[in-house]
Write a protein that binds this ligand. Structure first.
Ligand SMILES: *Cc1c(COP(=O)(O)O)cnc(C)c1O
Length: 476
């Protein structure tokens, strides 16, 4: 009996496994090359039932078939050319290669001295150059901007209260942070997780030019007068609702004047930096931030998940996170060598090889080709804006400033009726597999929202999607 159970976990037949693995690869390639035939679809109930983990193990070859038939078709649909929902990246073909290699290497990139550490460092070095951060600035790849924000604001807190805060906690000191009213929820969550309390994240009113800086200054002065400790201002490069950008140069001036840490949430918008004129002007001043959070999985199209935090000052980064017990001591030679270790820059000790898929994208396509796709997405959003304005009864709800287009299908209706209509249209087009818009509520009315972070979208896709919205409006 013991012999039976201990079959081990490597393939019993390498040849059979090779054949099965090639079938999976072919299934993936077939789906990838026909991305336009694979919109989101609901997962059928019988497929969900087959996901239950019951019964005897099926072995590797049956699993291969199951992966292709029951799993592969039921993604988010964000690989489809008319997927404009939320802010979803659309993946890259080379991601398929790099993920295969990463899974085979199975590297733990918490630290030590091996190849995956060097490819991630190469990515961080490259990003440091792109964003104009100084030599010696540090960074780490993380799950996404949400985690990156926690890391950045934890370092800001150490600057404000000293490294002792890691031991003693904040005591009676009340830290306060500032951000535009439309700041992404990730900042609010980070402030909550750090124990600062989201009541102490001031929502500064915004105009089309971003945060109202006079209101920001008044809020800082009022908090100081009340005995609180203003410590950080969060600028947004690409707001999630409207794609707006704060004036980062003016924010950097103000942060310097008031002794605040400037953190930039550039989850997707930071990459306008690669898109050339006029789009790169939106992020002018980003090089002056103390920290930047952004994602490779949104507007750099890299497969999920991969975000990044960059810190201007490596010593401040380390001061907030470094802590290695003796079993993790670095050595001057051997596998335990190498410095820095990424575990000194963030929350995770064990870490996957996120760097490889970014490295692969940059090596294969280069920043110019990626930047051209980003610029084209902005042009597609502008095209959509023009079509909306040219279609009877449709109207923009806000100017198109980057890659977001927010509009209503029928501006003649009262807000409640507009909300119902736009919500229905979004659902109908999703279920019909025609296009994926998401929705956002502005001034009491729910609007249709397209965030174009999709390198597969062509002008004809935009025209088709807006025509479909128009038909759906009339067909309701
Ligand atoms: C998506 C997004 C976030 C959160 O990033 P994740 O990668 O999903 O954690 C934060 N800020 C903005 C502006 C975003 O668009």
């Amino acid at each position: 009996m013991t012999d039976d159970r201990l079959q081990g976990l490597d393939p019993a037949s390498p040849d059979a496994f090779r054949k099965a693995a090639h079938q999976v690869l072919d299934g993936c390639l077939d789906q990838l090359f026909a991305a336009g035939d694979h919109p989101w679809q609901p997962v059928p109930a019988d497929v969900v039932a087959r996901y239950a983990i019951t019964g005897p193990a099926m072995g590797e070859e049956a699993l291969a078939a199951r992966l292709v038939q029951d799993v592969l078709p039921y993604g988010t649909g964000n690989t489809h050319p008319r997927f404009f929902g939320w802010v979803h990246g659309t993946g890259l073909a080379v991601g398929l290669m790099s993920e295969l290699v990463a899974a085979t290497m199975n590297a733990n990139v918490g630290g030590r001295d091996h190849g995956a550490v060097y490819t991630e460092r190469a990515v961080i070095d490259w990003a440091r150059g792109v964003f104009g951060f100084p030599q010696g600035a540090s960074g780490v790849l993380v799950s996404g901007t949400s985690q990156a924000t926690v890391i950045a604001l934890a370092a800001a807190r150490v600057r404000a209260l000293g490294a002792g805060v890691r031991k003693t906690g904040q005591g009676g000191q009340q830290l306060v942070a500032y951000a535009g009213a439309g700041v992404h929820n990730a900042t609010k969550k980070a402030i909550e997780l750090l124990g600062i309390g989201s009541d102490h994240l001031r929502a500064i009113p915004e105009t089309d030019q971003g945060m109202d800086l006079a209101a920001l200054q008044a809020a800082v002065a009022a908090d100081r007068a009340a005995g609180a400790v203003p410590f950080a201002v969060v600028g947004t490069a690409g707001s999630v609702d409207l794609g707006r950008f704060d004036d980062l140069n003016r924010l950097a001036d103000l942060a310097a004047e008031h002794g605040l840490w400037l953190h930039v949430d550039g989850a997707f918008g930071a990459w306008a930096r690669l898109a050339g004129a006029p789009w790169d002007g939106l992020v002018a001043g980003i090089e002056r931030a103390d920290s930047l959070a952004c994602d490779f999985h949104k507007w750099m199209y890299v497969p999920y998940d991969c975000g990044m935090v960059l810190l201007r000052n490596e010593a401040e980064h380390r001061a907030a996170f470094a802590a290695r017990p003796s079993y993790l001591q670095g050595q001057d030679r051997g596998l335990a060598g190498g410095d820095p270790w990424f575990c000194d820059y963030g929350i995770d000790l064990s870490r996957g090889n996120r760097g490889l898929k970014v490295w692969a994208a940059l090596m294969a396509y280069g920043p110019d080709r990626l930047g051209a796709a980003i610029a084209d997405n902005c042009e597609r959003a502008a095209q959509m804006g023009h079509l909306v304005q040219a279609t009877p009864h449709m109207a923009l709800m806000a100017p198109v400033v980057s890659n977001l287009c927010v509009f209503t299908a029928d501006a003649r209706l009262a807000p409640a009726e507009q909300s119902a209509l736009n919500t229905r249209i979004a659902q109908d087009l999703q279920l019909a597999g025609i296009a994926v818009f998401s929705t956002v509520t502005l001034n009491g009315a729910t609007a249709l929202r397209a965030a174009i972070t999709n390198h597969r979208t062509r002008p004809a896709d935009i025209a088709l999607a807006i025509a479909a919205v128009d038909r759906a409006r009339q067909g309701g």
